[in-house]
Ligand binder design. Structure first.
Ligand SMILES: Cc1cc2nc3c(=O)[nH]c(=O)nc-3n(C[C@H](O)[C@H](O)[C@H](O)COP(=O)(O)OP(=O)(O)OC[C@H]3O[C@@H](n4cnc5c(N)ncnc54)[C@H](O)[C@@H]3O)c2cc1C
Length: 338
């Protein structure tokens, strides 16, 4: 049996103080990932800080037109909210492509972007994993690595980030609000998750004691030209092999603005703004999208079982861009064919 202390703080400051003081303390929100990790004995929190009583459940559009999401609003409440569906369909679509209805009812927005990798070696305590036990090695490098990274990986870790929602937030230039011992700050989504480098145990750039309080998503100028395409082994209840969040503005047949983030290929949502900028002004057609895919995936490498992603990823990018261009309906089932 795993023993732990339980605390239910009444304010973010109180929660942050406990988190900072006790290195073995961990936050629980919906619990759909943390409790699994405890059952597999991947993590053993000394204290569980239950934040579900905190007032972090907002879903609202502010005076600047930005969407403000509380860390504790659930994935289901967010994805089905009329303002999110109307104004940020890419985000709603990405959330609904993840997990199952039951899980999305419990999963929170903060917990979603902080969920841990699904790498088999991370979950299996009999295997080496630098993310779970720094210095123990990476079993996936020469092992079962069908789900793993093709971009941004390191000799220490080739795990991928599993969140669908995070891929959409990366494309939409979101910001994460955190609060901790040094006060409040906002982190650009691109800087929130990390590549593994030689410290794969750190998934993100939050400091000890910091708690995610919300996510802000700027007003969305992409109209119908945005999509989330998720390719996986079955059409529901499976993590992405490759996913693409794509949004564009088109003026007179040419790309006026372009945003693309990839899931299932790296330790964080993969986005390269400098590549997007190079394609502004080019015609919005398959030739351009194919060239863009090649540029975005430059340097991609397979590790054996995941070599197929080197072909799947460019095809997925081209398909997503064609669907964004055409304004294809957001349901994943509509994205099976053009
Ligand atoms: C069978 C299954 C299939 C799934 N399929 C998908 C999928 O296809 N796509 C997908 O995106 N996800 C999928 N998920 C993952 C699911 O979306 C996550 O488990 C969920 O979003 C986590 O949210 P939570 O509130 O339950 O987090 P919790 O389990 O409560 O927490 C997760 C982590 O975040 C930390 N945390 C939580 N909230 C905060 C906060 N506000 N501040 C600081 N730290 C915090 C916790 O300490 C913990 O480390 C799946 C899960 C399961 C079990």
């Amino acid at each position: 049996m795993m023993r732990f202390a339980y605390q239910k703080p009444e304010s973010v400051a109180q929660a942050a103080a406990v988190l900072e003081a006790d290195p073995a303390a961990q936050i629980i929100a919906g619990g759909t990932n943390l409790v699994d990790l405890m059952k597999y004995d991947v993590t053993r929190p000394g204290t569980i800080i239950d934040i579900t009583g905190l007032d972090l459940k907002t879903i609202a559009v502010d005076e600047t037109g930005a969407l403000q999401l509380g860390a504790l609003a659930t994935n289901a409440e967010t994805a089905y909210h009329p303002e999110v569906q109307a104004g940020w369909p890419l985000l709603a679509s990405a959330i609904l492509a993840g997990a199952s209805p039951q899980l999305r009812n419990a999963a929170t927005n903060g917990g979603n972007i902080l969920q841990r990798t699904r790498c088999y070696y991370f979950y299996d305590r009999a295997e080496p994993c630098n993310k779970r036990r720094p210095g123990s090695g990476c079993g996936a490098l020469e092992g079962v690595n069908r789900m793993h990274a093709i971009l941004g990986e390191s000799p220490d870790c080739i795990a991928v980030h599993p969140s669908d929602m995070a891929v959409a937030l990366a494309a939409l230039d979101a910001e994460v609000s955190v609060e901790g011992p040094s006060g409040k700050r906002r982190i650009a989504f691109a800087d929130f998750h990390r590549l593994p480098g030689d410290r794969p145990e750190a998934d993100n750039t939050m400091e000890r004691g910091e708690i995610v309080t919300g996510i802000s998503v700027p007003a969305n100028p992409f109209g119908p030209h945005q999509t989330y395409l998720k390719l996986r082994d079955r059409l529901s209840y499976a993590f992405a092999l490759v996913s693409v969040a794509a949004a564009m503005r088109i003026e007179e047949g040419s790309i006026a603005q372009l945003r693309v983030a990839l899931g299932g290929v790296a330790h964080k949502p993969w986005r390269r703004k400098e590549v997007e900028a190079q394609f502004v002004g080019r015609p919005a057609n398959r030739d351009t999208f194919t060239a863009f895919a090649a540029a975005l995936l430059e340097g991609a490498t397979g590790h054996g079982q995941n070599d197929f992603k080197l072909e799947l990823a460019p095809r997925a990018i081209v398909r997503a861009l064609e669907q964004a261009c055409a304004g294809t309906p957001q349901d994943q089932a509509c994205k099976v064919v053009l």
